[in-house]
Design a protein around this ligand. Structure first.
Ligand code: CA
Ligand code: CA
Length: 272
């Protein structure tokens, strides 16, 4: 598959400390990781293509994607990244527990970008063990919702046959580049279906309409292309929901192997 990719400078805002070479190195590492995983589908999100280049039909969304790019890691932040809990050698932190971010509700891409400055990304729930840990965290802390890195492949290159239908086979973890199991059944090796069996559309259909349901698209044309965990918002317990990416929520960051590898190789004398 060939993705049209414009080699832009992949940072935004005040990033004078990063050269274009840094950006290229970072992208290359992520590209290698994707090759290793054998999932070129995630290139759009994991390779940090700006949102305005990745949305195939921007007129279909109310998201303001102008000038939105992904951030590169900051060595100082990476070295001192917060650590609220750990699993399998990965560190995690929740925005609500940290001074600068206590009342921080951000849209999905801002969440990714804050995490990425710490060599992390929004949390990716690849295993039931990890999913249960995060679910327990929401429950214990009585949190209404969080962003995860879950993302719908709805940009250039996503028309590949094996990703169809896109609402079933087109979801992946942008933080790690791992493809999700089909959304319409219990994932292999899991004892439960993490996507909600209900949601906004249920009230109109007279029967349960499960997630992902792209419900907001019918209301205002916003594609529900990002995935959050909602805590009983639809009296459904703590479940996965597709949500339009512009909504603001607190977030959980998880170590990014790719970004840590990048920062370690570019700062060999520092501990991360
Ligand atoms: Ca994970
Ligand atoms: Ca939904």
């Amino acid at each position: 598959m060939v993705l049209v990719y414009k080699p832009l400078v992949m940072y935004r805002g005040n990033s004078s400390s990063f050269t274009h070479a840094h950006a290229t190195a970072c992208l290359n590492i992520e590209g290698e990781m994707l090759k290793f995983l054998g999932i070129s589908l995630a290139v759009g999100a994991a390779l940090s293509i700006p949102m305005e280049l990745t949305t195939t039909k921007p007129e279909e969304t109310t998201e303001d994607t102008s000038g939105r790019l992904l951030s590169l890691p900051d060595p100082e932040k990476c070295a001192q990244r917060p650590n609220d809990f750990e699993l399998g050698g990965h560190k995690y932190w929740f925005s609500g527990k940290h001074e600068n971010y206590t009342d921080h509700k951000v849209d999905w891409l801002d969440g990714r970008n804050i995490c990425r400055e710490y060599c992390m990304d929004l949390v990716s729930l690849e295993t039931p063990t990890e999913e249960e840990m995060i679910r327990e965290f929401l429950k214990t802390n009585d949190l209404p919702y969080i962003w995860t890195s879950g993302r719908l492949c709805n940009f250039k290159g996503c028309d590949r046959e094996d990703l169809q239908p896109i609402w079933v086979n087109g979801w992946f973890w942008s933080g790690s580049g791992v493809k999700m199991a089909p959304t319409n059944s219990t994932p292999p090796g899991w004892s439960y279906q993490p996507w909600s069996y209900t949601g906004h559309k249920t009230q109109f259909e007279g029967k349960n309409v499960s997630q992902p349901d792209n419900a907001e698209f019918d209301i205002n044309g916003s594609v529900e292309a990002c995935m959050g965990m909602l805590n009983d918002i639809y009296s459904d317990g703590i479940k996965w929901h597709d949500i339009a990416c512009y909504h603001t929520k607190p977030f959980i960051c998880e170590d990014s192997d790719q970004l840590l590898e990048f920062i370690r190789s570019s700062n060999p004398d520092q501990e991360f």
